[in-house]
Write a protein that binds this ligand. Structure first.
Ligand code: NDP
Length: 467
C-alpha cells in the first residue's frame, strides 16, 4: 500500500492548542524524520496574533526530539520544513477567512481541524463548495458530533465540500499496526476462522483500563465520561474488527464496508440496568499518585454524575454472532493498566473421563500497545500426567516506528482513508450508545463507586484482572 504523500500542504487550524503541541507536531516530526513526508509544507493558523518566530519556535520544540534519531536526510527534511513553515492569524469562523487562506495555499491541502468541535463545525459551515480546491482533505478530530443526529448533520456539511474518501475522521487509538495485526491473526490462520463464531466463542471482552486519573482534563472529560470518550469512539471499532466477515482485500473500501456491516447489526440489549454498568472513582492511589474523589477534582461538577468507568454489553445480531455477548469496558484511575481483547471459547463438549484438574476454557488475548498475543491452553502435568493445567503461548506482535498521530498523518498525506472512521460508521456508533446515555441520564442505571487504584466495583464480572 502506497505511503507516498499526495498532499502538498498540511494546514493545522488550532496551531496554539494542546493537541497540536503534544501530539500532532511530534507525530509529524517522527514521520518527516523517517523520510516519509517528502516535499510537504506546513502551515499553522490560529486566532492568536503570533509572530512567525513564535510558531517556528513551537514547531522547533516538537521537532527537536525526533531530530536526535533522524537519518541525515530526515534531519535535513525536518530543518527545511521548520524553516519554511508559516503562521496565519485568522478567526476560522469569520466569513471568507478560511476560504481565502485555502485559496492561497499550494494544493492539494489537508486541513487539520485541531479546534474545539463546535468551532470546527462552524468553520466547515462557513465554507462553500466552490471555495474548496479539488483534492482538499478535511481531517476531523473526535468527538465527531455528540449524537447520531448531530454526526449526520456534520457529515452532510462535509460531503457538500469534499467526497467522503477525502474526509478523515481521526481514530488515533487504533493504529495501522494494530488493525493489520488483528486482520493478520484472523485471516491468515486457517485454524482460527472455523471456530470464530457463536458455536465456539462464549464471549468477547474488550477492556481499556488506565491507571491515570483526570490529570487536569475536567473541562473536556466531565462533559464526556468513559462511555463517550472511549467506548463510543474507540472500543466499538475494535469490536467491529474482531467481528467482521473476511474481506476480499485490506483496502479501505472492503474493510470499511465490513466494519460498517458489523456496527449496523449491533445494539445494546434492554433492560440497560442489566446490560450496562457505570461508576466513578473515590479517593485512593492510582498510577503511583494520591487521587482525590472524582467529584472533588478541580473543574468537576459532581451533580453531573459523569462516569469514570463504563461497561456495556453489545450484541451483534447476525448469523455468526447471535447470542455472543461483546463486553466493552473502559475506566480511569484503575489499579492496573489493562488494554486487551479477550476471546473466551466455550468448554469442550465432552472431557474424556480420567482426567483430573481443572479444564478451563481456552482464551485468546490480544494486547494493545505494545501489541501482544497470548493463548491460554490446557496441557497435561507437570507431575501427574493425568492432571490438566494451564499453559500460555505468547508472542509479541509487530509495532510501528511512528507515533499514533504519525500514522494518522501518514494516511492523510497519502490520501488513504483506511484508518479513518467512515461517515456512516460514526453515526452508527452514536446510534448504539445513545439509548444507554439516555437511560443513564434518567438514572435508570445506578452510578456506583470504586476506590481509585482498585479493579472497579467488586461485583462487576470484569473486575477480575488476569481471569
Ligand atoms: P485547545 O483548546 O487546547 O486548542 C484549541 C485551538 O483552537 C486553540 O489553538 C485555539 O486558539 C483555536 N481556536 C479556537 N477558536 C478559534 C477560532 N475561532 N479561530 C481560529 N482558531 C481558534 O483544544 P485541544 O487542542 O485540546 O483539542 C482540539 C481538538 O482535538 C478537539 O476537537 C479535541 O476534542 C480533540 N482532541 C484533543 C486531544 C488532546 O489530548 N488535547 C486528544 C484527542 C482529541 P486560541 O487559543 O488562540 O483561541
Amino acid at each position: 500500500m502506497t505511503s507516498q504523500p499526495t498532499v502538498k500542504t498540511l494546514l493545522i487550524l488550532g496551531a496554539s492548542g494542546d493537541l497540536t503541541g503534544r501530539l500532532l507536531l511530534p507525530g509529524l516530526a517522527r514521520l518527516v524524520a523517517r523520510g516519509r513526508a517528502a516535499g510537504l509544507r506546513l502551515v499553522g493558523a490560529g486566532s492568536d496574533p503570533w509572530t512567525p518566530e513564535q510558531w517556528r519556535e513551537r514547531v522547533h520544540a516538537s521537532f527537536e526530539a525526533a531530530a536526535g534519531s533522524a537519518t541525515p536526510e530526515g534531519k535535513e527534511a525536518l530543518q527545511s520544513l521548520e524553516k519554511e513553515t508559516v503562521y496565519h492569524q485568522l478567526d476560522v469562523t469569520a466569513e471568507g477567512a478560511l476560504a481565502s487562506l485555502l485559496g492561497a495555499l499550494e494544493g492539494p491541502t489537508a486541513v487539520y481541524f485541531a479546534l474545539p468541535p463546535r468551532i470546527s463545525q462552524l468553520a466547515c459551515e462557513s465554507l462553500r463548495p466552490e471555495q474548496v480546491p479539488p483534492g482538499t482533505r478535511l481531517v476531523m478530530e473526535k468527538p465527531f458530533g455528540s449524537s447520531e443526529d448531530s454526526a449526520r448533520s456534520l457529515n452532510q456539511t462535509l460531503v457538500r465540500l469534499v467526497p467522503e474518501d477525502h474526509v478523515h475522521r481521526v481514530d488515533h487509538f487504533l493504529g495501522k499496526a494494530t488493525v493489520l495485526n488483528i486482520l493478520g491473526l484472523r485471516f491468515a490462520n486457517n485454524f482460527l476462522e472455523p471456530v470464530w463464531d457463536r458455536h465456539h466463542v462464549e464471549k468477547v471482552e474488550i477492556i481499556f483500563d488506565e491507571d491515570l486519573a483526570l490529570e487536569g482534563r475536567a473541562r473536556y472529560y466531565d462533559g464526556a465520561g468513559a462511555l463517550r470518550d472511549m467506548i463510543q469512539s474507540h472500543l466499538l471499532q475494535i469490536m467491529a474488527l474482531l467481528a467482521i466477515e473476511p474481506p476480499a482485500t485490506i483496502g479501505e473500501r472492503d474493510l470499511r464496508d465490513a466494519i460498517s456491516a458489523v456496527l449496523r447489526a449491533s445494539s445494546v440489549p434492554e433492560p440497560y440496568a442489566g446490560s450496562t454498568r457505570r461508576a466513578r472513582y473515590t479517593a485512593g492511589q492510582a498510577g503511583g499518585k494520591d487521587v482525590p474523589d472524582y467529584a472533588r477534582e478541580e473543574g468537576v461538577d459532581a451533580e453531573r454524575g459523569t462516569e469514570t468507568l463504563a461497561e456495556i454489553q453489545v450484541n451483534i445480531d447476525n448469523w455468526r454472532w447471535n447470542g455472543v455477548p461483546f463486553i466493552l469496558r473502559s475506566g480511569k484511575a484503575m489499579g492496573a493498566k489493562r488494554k486487551e481483547a479477550v476471546v473466551t471459547f466455550r468448554p469442550v463438549p465432552h472431557l474424556p473421563r480420567g482426567f483430573t484438574g481443572v479444564d478451563s476454557p481456552n482464551k485468546l488475548r490480544i494486547g494493545f500497545g505494545p501489541d501482544t498475543l497470548r493463548f491460554d491452553v490446557d496441557v497435561n502435568g507437570p507431575g501427574n500426567i493425568f492432571s490438566l493445567s494451564r499453559a500460555t503461548l505468547e508472542t509479541e506482535l509487530s509495532g510501528s516506528d511512528l507515533l499514533p498521530y504519525g500514522e494518522v498523518l501518514e494516511g492523510v498525506l497519502a490520501g488513504d482513508p483506511l484508518l479513518s472512521v467512515r461517515g456512516d460508521t460514526a453515526e452508527e456508533c452514536w446510534r448504539i450508545v445513545e439509548p444507554v446515555l439516555h437511560a443513564w441520564q434518567q438514572d435508570s442505571v445506578p452510578l456506583e463507586e470504586y476506590d481509585a487504584g482498585s479493579a472497579g466495583p467488586a461485583a462487576w464480572p470484569t473486575a477480575v484482572p488476569g481471569d
